[in-house]
Design a protein around this ligand. Sequence first.
Ligand code: CP
Length: 305
Amino acid sequence: MRHCMSPLDFSIEELDQMMDLAARIEKNPEGYAHVCDRKKIATLFYEPSTRTRLSFETAMLNLGGQVIGFSSAQSSSASKGESVADTIRVISCFADIAAIRHPKEGAPYVASLHSSIPVINAGDGGHQHPTQTLTDMTTIRQIKGRLTDLTIGLCGDLKFGRTVHSLISSLVRYPGIRFILISPEELRIPDYVREDILNKNHVPYEEVIRLEDAMPQLDVLYMTRVQRERFFNEEDYVRMKDFYILDSEKMKLARPDCTVLHPLPRVNEISVDVDNDPRACYFRQVQYGVYIRMALIMTLLEVNE
Ligand code: CP
């Protein structure tokens, strides 16, 4: 039985197969409408979510399966002190697969150790968000036609943004990837990402503060929200929150084929006047998230086409 804790749980070949499956699902959704008949997914969300939880639920419903779960710790027996380990043992009696989001780094991994069903990490604290990475990679591959030879700008809260950590750790395996890491001094990527992932893999990168300096070089601009929920005090958040605002003026500096992505939710970091720019692909990204989660569920449940 396999779990999905990190994008590195899958080889590049396996990721390619999953993204190919997602592309086939996009072309022919009817062909997959019953492949998970009578299967259930449990969505165990100890932290707020709109996209990830509903995307998993939509993915399972699209495959003919069913959905159970909770959307906050308060509405579950976690509020009475039940551990993640006990919870997943119980859920293993109810469902065939589980997606878990938790504010504590490593909580989905702990669940996987006690589970008799596949567990998917749907975001753990500031650590990893592998299915957002699968979504991001699928989006880039569909729009750019490749995951190699790209200059990718990651902008905003690179310290707490778990989607950024997951995306970097996955894309370093592809040749020709170069990163421009755009953040204020206080929100630079964690040392472990710089040392253990970028430097260790000899991946070229620059760290810059000004978005304007990076814009003309980018094939992909990945904007992120400042993660208010991870700050220790509100004052620091308020000082940082509007550090970057991508608007139509700044978009004039971007290449005509630059792809703008954002894991969403956005707050102020992308002005709504960018939404109609053909290079703004963050809502298409959400749709790809459903296809790749369908492919992931099928893969982990070893469901045949
Ligand atoms: N991108 C993402 O994880 O969004 P949600 O927090 O709404 O799930």
